[in-house]
Design a protein around this ligand. Sequence first.
Ligand code: ADP
Ligand code: MG
Length: 739
Amino acid sequence: MSIPVDEFSDLPLARLRQYWGYDSFRPLQREAINCAMQQRDSVVVLPTGAGKSLCYQVPALCTDRLAVVVSPLISLMKDQVDSLAASGISAASINSSMGEAEKRLVAEQIRRGELRLLYLAPERLVLESTIKFLQNARVAFFAIDEAHCISSWGHDFRPEYRQLNSLKTHFPDVSVHAFTATATPRVREDIAIELQLTNPQVLVGSFDRENLLYRVYRRTEVLAQLREVIDRYRQQSGIVYCISRKEVENVAETLNRCGYRALPYHAGLSNQDRSRNQDDFINDRVDIIVATVAFGMGIDKSNVRYVVHAGMPKSLEAYQQESGRAGRDGLQSECTLLFSGSDLILWKKMTDSSQPGAGALLDAMYSYCTRTSCRHRMLVEYFGQSLGKSNCNACDVCLEELPLLPDALVVAQKIISCVHRLEQRFGAHHVAQVLIGSKAKRILDLGHERLSTWALLSDHPASAVGTWIGQLVDQGFLVPSGEYSVLRITDLGRQVLRGETIPVLYQASVPQPRKSTECRDDWAGVDSGLFESLRALRRQVAEEKQIPPFVIFHDTSLREMARQRPSKVVSFGSIPGVGAKKLADYGVRFVESIIQYCSQHNLPLDQPGQTSHAFNDKGDSSGGSLTPTKVVSKVKLDAFAMFSQGLPIEEIAAKVGRAVSTTSGYLSQYIQEHRIMDPSPWVDPATAARIRSAVNQVGALERLGPIKELLGEDYSYLQIRVVVDCLRVEHFRDHRPIQ
Ligand code: ADP
Ligand code: MG
């Protein structure tokens, strides 16, 4: 099969608009679609929520043949088939939950050529009878979803996926397209080899999830820490992950006792309970699901606003997947991870040591928890990409939420001199033990209680000292070396001993009252009362139709409705996410409800929408160069216009009705986007010069805290931030970040 591509009519784009109501493709979707249309095998690696499904659904609609989608879970197939049906697309699955008669009906649809997409589990696809049937069914292509399951190097190996290696033998002329969110180069290669792909096109998107805010805390009081997050998202959906089933039960029960509605999910529950709880969550009947990792694969619920890990996951791959379940709709969402050293020990006990590389996966995960560099950066670098910006503005580190340790120099000197006294022959654990004044047998045996550095940090717990050692390693003052990771002092470390350089240390993480994340740009212009009322209408329609609410409309579409408030069915049709079928099915009802609400509440109808909702349509196959276009709110645009006139920040803040801190955040973006290197419109030259020299002294652009400390009271964070932002632009001029 080769699907004719008419150069003059853009069939995929027409299908996207007609069935999904979206205006443009997201990065790499177009390239992935072309592979399916041109029958070129492919491996597509895009993060959760990037829109992999469309990469095989759209080409399936550009042919009169059948696309076969392999998917690991019935729930996933069901959601996708429901969603497709709601958009007027003919799709079905055949799975073990169906009766014989039902299966026969699907088979007949296929024979008549009526079906565009068929979803199958891998074990069903490789049955001889299925293969025979499909060989006569004019298959357009195979799409393998969650393809990392085929690799034993991945984090979710499923033996039944391995059998897919016979696909190419049975269907030598049909192209195979693998899709996954998580793939290190090794897994990626494994997928291509196992599926016996021929010269596959490999498309790797950016792993950065810009709309997710990452935070990491040491676990101190789980319940209080959980509530801190949950309370900020009343009546919105969230997932709490725990390591063990018992913990799931405990946490769910405690939350319920505290007046929340939370349901448990783990492999120890009966199938019936599990699927009921999952259904209640998916259908917005309950807001919180407390679960083990058993929950989530194939859950396409788009409006999960937060994911909290009450314990450390077993790998960064798993973390990327699990946390990635937040904010699939592209709206801002947050991912908070609570960890403790005991999680590492627990996982080591639970992990199958025969799985290659399991220990290394765990270590990388633990280091993500204990390090204090930008979380977005750590995640993308782990997957072999670079972030391309100096400040993500969306993690606890870059938002400067981590409390600085006031006497960082002294603490660092104590630690480094202890390493020196120990003749650079011991690892972090031992160094910490000596510093806290441990009288453990090993310390006494070695006579280390007689060292001058023994008990120098006895006021602190070993875990805090361990964290600081990690931070010193991160910043290059110490370096672990050899098989036993003994700590050695670097040249930079010696400068600390001489007081020439001051490291930045953070207090061992404690929960912080944080800057409000409520006042966010993607709510700009949205009437929240109308949004809630549309949500209620959506729930009602969902109940009537027996499908999940997000299958009807995503939160993004509802917000846009509550922003634009269309009074005509035609204008309702231009809301992103409203395709032809949904317009016909729901247009009148939603528009009536909008008109009614607006007249009751005296709200103007037919307002302008967001400037740009779609992600840009450019992309290449080299990976890493794809950043979604930022949604620009009206407020921000107004502020930008005033920045260009050089008005003082305080005045602008008052005019746009935002806090000075928010406005200064806009200014940062303005400086970055317009690549401004001269801070003089906002900071007078003498002040700027003094700040610049302080930056030089501190030697790092990463953090404002130490610079402020050096400059003292006469210099505001606002001024420092402007100068540093300009310096960053200058700094990145030569190695321009990938945009
Ligand atoms: P993935 O499988 O990669 O995790 P999905 O295929 O479930 O992601 O898509 C995530 C969300 O993005 C879905 O709600 C989907 O409708 C939406 N989406 C996909 N492509 C586009 C697009 N081009 N424009 C707007 N939204 C899109
Ligand atoms: Mg998917």
